[in-house]
Design a binder for this molecule. Structure first.
Ligand SMILES: [Zn+2]
Length: 117
């Protein structure tokens, strides 16, 4: 697979961002406590609410990464690792267009050996 052009990456990021925003606002609607359900119902609802909160945390984080990637495109800095400044492998960018780091720095990060900015 060939490397995507910057324009294609931007489109991908924008589409992904719309999806996330739609999901996140959907979550807000479902966290509605106006009704008073029976206790079992309530337990189930609280459980799914916690799950949803965890999901929206991940999604908010991804949204942040996507916004950052879009900013890097605007600043013509896109594709450079935010740690070592080496170009990120285009295959990696195809798969994870909002990636901040090259693979080796990402591994360091996952091992807790890299301080995130
Ligand atoms: Zn790097």
């Amino acid at each position: 697979m060939n490397a995507l052009t910057l324009e294609e990456i931007k489109e991908k990021l924008l589409a992904e961002r719309e999806l996330l925003i739609a999901k996140l606002s959907g979550n807000d609607l479902s966290v509605d406590d106006s009704e008073t359900p029976d206790p079992v119902d309530l337990a189930v609802r609280n459980y799914s609410k916690n799950v949803m909160l965890a999901v929206s945390e991940n999604e908010s984080r991804q949204l942040l990464l996507i916004n950052e990637a879009l900013e890097r495109i605007a600043d013509e800095e896109y594709g450079a690792c935010q740690n070592c400044e080496q170009p990120i492998n285009p295959k990696r960018l195809n798969a994870v267009p909002w990636a901040r780091y090259c693979l080796s720095c990402q591994e360091l990060l996952e091992q807790g050996l890299l301080d995130e900015e």
